[in-house]
Design a protein around this ligand. Sequence first.
Ligand SMILES: [Zn+2]
Length: 391
Amino acid sequence: MFNFKIKKKFGKARTGILTTPHGKIKTPGFVPVATKGALKGARFKDIKEMGADVFIINTFHFYCKKEYETVEKMGGLHKFLSIDYPLMTDSGGFQVFSLGSGYEQKTGKILKEKTSLTKKGESMVRIEEDKVSFKSPFDGNRVEITPESSVKAQEKLGADIIFAFDECTSPLAPYEYQKKSLQKTHRWAEQSIGALKNKEQRMMGIVQGGGFEDLRKESARFISSLPFFGFGIGGSFGESFGDSKENMYGILDILSEELPSAKPRHLLGIGEPEDLIEGALRGVDLFDCVIPTRFARHGAALTSGGRINIKSAKYREDKSPLDEDCSCLICQNYKKSYLHHLARKDEIYGIMLLTEHNLYFILNLMKEIRSAILNENILSFREEFLRKYKH
Ligand SMILES: [Zn+2]
């Protein structure tokens, strides 16, 4: 019922099919994020038809008030959402990071700007040896997550592929912290896989270790010694501002050697167009990221010439489509001028149109990456794409 078949390898890159009880996932593939059980601004059916094979939902949003119990009573996520294709859930670990160090240090998984380790007031999150506890952002109550409770919630949600509970560390965390945290993540990985009882689900173990090559190697070796179906590449990258992407690509090079090649690898929460190409070149099979949907809500469109801000005054009377090279329905039917107008007026319809285009752009990019691997021209494809794509 579950398997992963690699059709073609070219260097470290590979393309194949991951089969689940709810259908097949073409790899390398992009997994749109349906945070709270919805793609913000698009229908599952439309995005599925555009080429998305699988969606990921954040367990955290069903955890704090135990909504996973409601979902279980409704027959599980597939029935609850009325969809019958593959689904994933994450463990909740990343949202804890966002509430904790991610929020306090104003940082994401990749450092975007210079920032410092200043802390003000009491942390919302307490990371202990056997659990994480935090003040719920929904009602202020204290909530705890353990590896077992995360798996239990994910079992009740019933997605096809689920993730082990881990600590997602900050890119600013020093070596000593990362090393100590890694031992905890490894212990939690053992507890997570031990807690999974549902035979209809498969679990990915998560490799951590921040931007440190020796820790990533150690983590890859330990996690691949456990009976996981595949691997999530989690956490943050980079030790200082400016080197994060290079650091991530270096780590992916190492992991492509260390992780058993027959199992799928999912790079968690990373998905700028250049990262999808560089990741696929380094043997990543799946990516998920909120960029296509989040950008749309801020009036940003991904195009083959780079990211554009449709709110910019220069588009007020622009009769061209968002992207001349894009064959999505939005680019076939609408002019920048109208999309500019909708974005300036904060119209929900404008967000819907941009969301559809952005998801199409990324899903189409994955399709091109798969065929470039198959045709052994992924290197020239990268060169051509990056030549046009401006930041
Ligand atoms: Zn388009």
